[in-house]
Ligand binder design. Structure first.
Ligand code: SAM
Length: 238
């Protein structure tokens, strides 16, 4: 059954967020609202998930990844400038293709280019309609076996919470799942971020893949999906 949730997005939803972020220093602590010290824990779990994904059957390729929100696609150009300096010319030349200063609500990624799209701690800044649009174009930007990973805060109760300070919303897992469905994405795995300090929202990683049309998925793939969704249920219990 669908959860009915109404969003109090004002006309200035995006402008207010841009104003909020224009006052925030371009540092790890700034990006994480004063919780910069959880960065290593966050990265460790993300790495572990990626390692498992690359070791799975039919892994995505490893040529191009798209990182959304503060790293490669970001609404605040100053953050991208700082990221360039932080990464240094060696990494910039060898590892980084493009940095794109644009809000995700207006972003059109190149079709059929990416093996992996990583979207972390930014979807609360998109309205539902923009989020579904974004997921749809992200799917078109994927290569064969490509996946989308969403890593976001979720609410513990089945409600959407609004933060007027940074002009964002935090959604419950059930609502994320409805939005994935609406975007024709299969949720292959749901993994809870462990070792966060008390008092923070729970954080989950969702591994998503474009739904195959009926008859398109091979028997082996259907079986893999079943195994993945069993892991997903297991993780939700913890
Ligand atoms: C909480 S930080 C997360 C940074 C990074 N993704 C991470 O996981 O550490 C949110 C970032 O999203 C950016 N942002 C806010 N609204 C956005 C939008 N509509 N489109 C793209 N980026 C946005 C902010 O400028 C900020 O850099």
């Amino acid at each position: 059954m669908e959860t009915e949730i109404s969003f109090p997005y004002g006309d200035n939803f995006y402008n207010n967020a841009a104003n909020y972020w224009s006052e925030i220093p371009p540092t790890v602590d700034g990006m994480l609202g004063g919780f910069g010290y959880i960065s290593d824990t966050d990265i460790r779990s993300s790495r572990m998930l990626l390692k498992q994904i690359f070791q799975s059957k039919n892994p995505p390729g490893r040529e191009y990844a798209l990182d959304c929100g503060a790293d490669l696609v970001e609404q605040n150009p100053e953050f991208l400038q700082t990221a360039k300096t932080y990464l240094g010319s060696n990494i910039m030349d060898k590892k980084i293709g493009q940095m794109i200063p644009i809000g995700l609500q207006n972003f059109e990624p190149e079709p059929n280019k990416y093996n992996l799209v990583w979207i972390q701690w930014v979807l609360g800044h998109l309205t539902d309609d923009h989020l579904v649009r974004f997921f749809n174009i992200c799917q078109k930007s994927l290569k064969q076996n490509g996946i989308i990973i969403v890593k976001e805060n979720v609410t513990s109760l089945n409600i959407v919470e609004v933060d007027e300070k940074d002009s964002s919303v935090t959604r419950p897992i059930s609502y994320f799942k409805q939005l994935f469905e609406k975007s024709n994405l299969d949720c292959l795995r749901v993994v809870k971020q462990i070792n966060l300090p008390p008092g923070l929202y729970p954080v989950y990683m969702f591994v998503l893949r474009p739904k195959k049309l009926k008859g398109e998925a091979s028997q082996e793939e259907s079986q893999n999906n079943q195994e993945d969704s069993d892991i997903c249920k297991e993780n939700l219990k913890n």
